[in-house]
Ligand binder design. Sequence first.
Ligand code: MG
Ligand code: ZN
Length: 224
Amino acid sequence: MRQIPVIENVLSANDAIALENRERFDRAGVVVVNLMASPGAGKTSLVLRTIEALRPLRVGVVEGDVASRVDADRVAGAGVPVVQINTGGGCHLDAPMLRAAIQELPLAQLDLLLVENVGNLICPAAFRLGEHLQVVIASLPEGDDKPLKYPALFAQADAVVVNKIDLAPHLDFDRQAFRRLVTGLNPRAALFELSCRTGEGLSDWAAWLRRFLNRGTGGVGHVE
Ligand code: MG
Ligand code: ZN
């Protein structure tokens, strides 16, 4: 009986800091996207493709990983500001971690901040960071039943990206079935099928993101 209030307190402390982060983002006029996926779905590849597709808009990146700075080094190669958060074993980012990371970024100079969460489809769903948009990335090799197994994250996402569609001829992934599962959980989610390897489908994704940018500083209109 005692655990429940403790858990609620932890979450609300996180949410209070998430709200402060959000206010900072709005003051700086930067739109923040929380990218969540299993390990290997292509989060970093999507970050790199998005930076490229949105040029000359100014993108910054926060890389969340359990350890290492391999992904941050890849992103830094694209010439954008990047900060690595190592969670030291933790399986999700939280709002205090993001608050610390953004001290290192020129927020007011950015149009978009991409936050790559730790590879995990479970607890990132429970920790708001102050982001404007939540995006889940799935990929064909993972199978078409991911929304069934991890419904919370799919139900709250603003967009679902299906990566690696270039592998479709080699896999049994049922794209219609996947789409039906996502729509059943979350009819308002935008759904994009793309390949970070070939570039197919990336322009629709970039166009969707662009709709939330270009609103002028402080004018981030969207989301809750
Ligand atoms: Mg990565
Ligand atoms: Zn976790």
